[in-house]
Design a protein around this ligand. Structure first.
Ligand SMILES: Nc1ncnc2c1ncn2[C@@H]1O[C@H](COP(=O)(O)OP(=O)(O)OP(=O)(O)O)[C@@H](O)[C@H]1O
Ligand SMILES: [Mg+2]
Length: 329
């Protein structure tokens, strides 16, 4: 069978990224231009600045991705772009660029769900991984437990009722003065602490999550006890939140009878969460997660998800538009 080369384009938040991926799994290039340094001074992503930077960067990032892969537009078979969920102005840059490119080089366009992309990052790192499996998507904007039945058939089994887990990490980090983006900072400080602080855990009758309670508890504790040990606080926060993730994931696994579990999204870079899930291997579970670079936003994961959409006939036309609140499944 002829190789299929997918050009992936990602611009849903503050990373402009373009990648070239062969047959959905082999990354030939994955160029990521991050705006973190610009947004850090504002303590979070400023949507208008993000859109403007995407416009400034997208052509150069595309050229760099083609060059690193050693190809030209002639070699591209499919163009995949994120069309949601994300910031509307940011998404529109990638979608408009992809549409124009699809028209100019006469190649099919595949609008791709950003969360499907996070899940597909697993296919790149774990080349033998095939559905069905259970995926815990833990990112900056989402917390979903998803049954991946096959490459195009997803069922969301549980999701957060309030904050996404990444938001909770970022908020906790900001309040205790660690800065933005908070997840990696909480991760490293937690390693110096012990989880000796009791924090509230939320459980529902179904497989939903909630992180607003623990986030507020950490903030209140910090305000009421300014000299509290921040490392212990981070370690306790991570431990409690991970217990919630593990309990729901194990219940979902039992419910659907699937012992293959993948983590996805930026928070799956967290070392405590990874090692806690890794421990499940001794109980007969298969555990997968993307390599660190592929956990946070990048276009290789979009190219991979786009490839599977393409071979399953999910092709878009030039009416494709950004959908900021696009749902999964
Ligand atoms: N080591 C880590 N530990 C905990 N959280 C982390 C770590 N590394 C990154 N994060 C968190 O991951 C999030 C960014 O991940 P991601 O790029 O998947 O989110 P997003 O693209 O903003 O949101 P979404 O994908 O839901 O639209 C941030 O909240 C960041 O703090
Ligand atoms: Mg993301």
């Amino acid at each position: 069978m002829k190789d299929i080369i997918t050009l992936g384009i990602e611009s849903s938040c503050d990373e402009t990224s373009v990648a070239v991926v062969k047959n959905g799994r082999e990354v030939l290039s994955n160029v990521i231009n991050t705006q973190i340094a610009i947004h850090t001074q504002f303590g979070g992503v400023v949507p208008e600045i993000a859109s403007r930077k995407h416009i400034e960067n997208i052509s150069d990032v595309t050229e760099a991705a083609l060059k690193q892969a050693g190809i030209t537009f002639d070699n591209v078979d499919v163009i995949a772009c994120t069309y949601g969920p994300g910031l509307v102005g940011a998404l529109l840059v990638g979608v408009s660029y992809a549409k124009a490119l699809s028209y100019a080089i006469d190649r099919p366009l595949v609008g791709t769900n950003h969360i499907e992309g996070h899940i597909a990052a697993n296919y790149i790192t774990n080349t033998k991984l095939e559905p069905p499996f259970l995926c815990l998507v833990i990112s900056g904007g989402h917390t979903h437990l998803v049954h991946i039945k096959d490459y195009k058939n997803y069922e969301v089994l549980g999701k957060t009722r309030d904050d996404a887990i990444g938001e909770a990490f970022d908020k906790v980090a900001r309040v205790i003065g660690l800065g933005y983006p908070g997840g990696p900072k909480v991760d490293s400080l937690a390693k110096e602490g012990v989880p000796n602080i009791q924090l509230p855990k939320t459980r529902f009758e179904n497989l939903d999550f909630s992180f607003s309670g623990i986030k507020t508890a950490v903030i209140n504790l910090h305000h009421k006890t300014p000299d509290i040990n921040k490392a212990d606080l981070c370690a306790s926060f991570e431990k409690t939140i991970t217990e919630e993730l593990l309990e729901n994931t194990l219940e979902a696994s039992k419910k659907i009878g699937v012992k293959k579990i993948a983590l996805a999204g930026g928070v799956s870079a967290n070392s405590y969460i990874r090692s806690s899930f890794e421990n499940l291997k001794t109980k007969g579970f298969e555990i997968y997660y993307p390599e660190l670079k592929l956990c946070t936003d990048n276009a290789a994961m979009i190219a991979s998800a786009g490839y599977y959409n393409f071979i399953n006939g999910n092709i878009s036309d030039l009416t494709l538009n950004a959908v900021p609140n696009l749902k999964l499944g």
